[in-house]
Design a protein around this ligand. Structure first.
Ligand code: NDP
Length: 331
């Protein structure tokens, strides 16, 4: 068997970690021929939960699982890491201002970025799930000396998958027939789920659903789906977030193209190179294809003024977050 791929999961003792780790161990992240070595990073309060999960992973007797290590040391967790899934983050507490939240997360993501810069493998790929994911990714990327910026991404795939599923439910088509959905901007309530380029079984989605449904039902439903899950389930979504993280990395490693649809794209938040007028460096969501193990933003899509106005609001929010972390000395 080949050398195992080192996959590090932070916040491994949490809800998302609990769903994510078993799917990684079963081969769904990288493929059925790629052994994995799991490193679980936790803070001291979460270590017991991570250790318990490590015992359960052992009990899974996964043929592809080369080992599981738990640690509270970022330098150990990221030594030689090939895929880093940064899930653990500081949740917003009662009365906590956004600046406090960004500062608390800066204290997590800046040292983790530095540890990735110091110890990761040359091919490292980083996905930030912990919120505020886009700006946490920016903080980690800025601290990771020597790692190309494009290796740092944040998760908007769950928003993308939610948008695909809503369009499928509305039109009665299977999700496999939906293409061309885009999530723009920040993974927050300002995100812009855009159907203007989407197709359903090859037919343009805007011919199949009316504008009122898109504006009044589709966009708010996708953007506020997290709150809906909490209201119905009694706790936040976890398995669907884990599933989207698997989709994101699996596509990144193995490509987005499939035999009958080589041009297929998905949505990924990554450091802007100025695409679609998004200021350079902001970690914003774009339509992107994965080709030869690298994300390529799909350029040249027409963005109608009403969509651009929505996107501008989300980009302004990302700029404010960047200014706030700059003011805190985190960039
Ligand atoms: P979860 O595993 O449910 O969530 C982890 C993070 O993912 C949160 O920031 C959460 O954001 C975010 N997230 C992103 N998308 C979603 C989504 N669709 N649904 C839900 N969450 C989403 O949190 P737990 O509290 O169960 O576990 C967190 C673990 O992280 C704890 O065990 C804690 O000890 C650990 N931790 C580890 C750190 C480290 O390794 N250095 C640092 C900080 C914490 P949101 O809060 O907005 O829901």
């Amino acid at each position: 068997m080949s050398e195992p791929t080192v996959v590090t999961v932070t916040g491994a003792g949490g809800q998302i970690g609990y769903s994510l780790l078993f799917r990684i161990a079963s081969g769904q992240l990288l493929g059925p021929d790629r052994p994995v070595l799991l490193r679980l990073l936790e803070i001291p309060q979460g270590l017991g939960a991570a250790e318990g999960t490590a015992l359960e992973l052992q009990d899974g007797a996964f043929p592809l699982l080369a080992g599981v290590e738990t640690t509270t040391e970022a330098s150990r967790a990221f030594e030689g890491v090939n895929v880093a899934l940064l899930v653990g983050a500081r949740p917003r507490g009662p009365g906590m201002e956004r600046g406090d939240l960004l500062a608390a997360n800066g204290g997590i993501f800046a040292p983790q970025g530095a540890a990735i810069g110091a110890g990761a493998a040359d091919d490292v790929r980083v996905l930030v799930v912990g919120n505020p994911a886009n700006t946490n990714a920016l903080i980690a990327q800025s601290a990771a000396a020597g790692v190309p910026a494009e290796r740092f991404t944040a998760l908007t795939r769950l928003d993308h998958n939610r948008a695909v599923a809503q369009l499928a439910a509305k039109t009665g088509a299977p999700v496999s027939e939906i293409d061309g959905v885009v999530i723009w901007g920040n993974h927050s309530a300002t995100q812009v789920p855009d159907l203007s380029h989407a197709t359903v079984g090859g037919r343009p989605a805007p011919d199949l659903v009316d504008e009122e449904w898109i504006a009044d039902e589709f966009i708010p439903r996708v953007a506020k789906r997290g709150a809906e899950i909490i209201a119905v389930r009694g706790s936040s979504s976890a398995a669907s977030a884990a599933s989207a993280a698997i989709d994101h990395v699996s596509d990144w490693v193995n490509g987005t193209g499939i035999p009958d649809r080589p041009e297929r794209w998905t949505s990924v938040a990554l450091p802007s190179e100025g695409w679609y007028g998004v200021p350079e460096g902001l970690v914003s969501s774009f339509p992107a294809r994965s080709v030869d193990g690298r994300w390529e933003v799909v350029e040249g899509l027409d963005v109608a003024p009403e969509w651009q106005a929505r996107i501008d609001v989300s980009i302004a929010e990302l700029e404010e977050e960047r200014e706030a972390v700059r003011a805190l000395g985190l960039l």
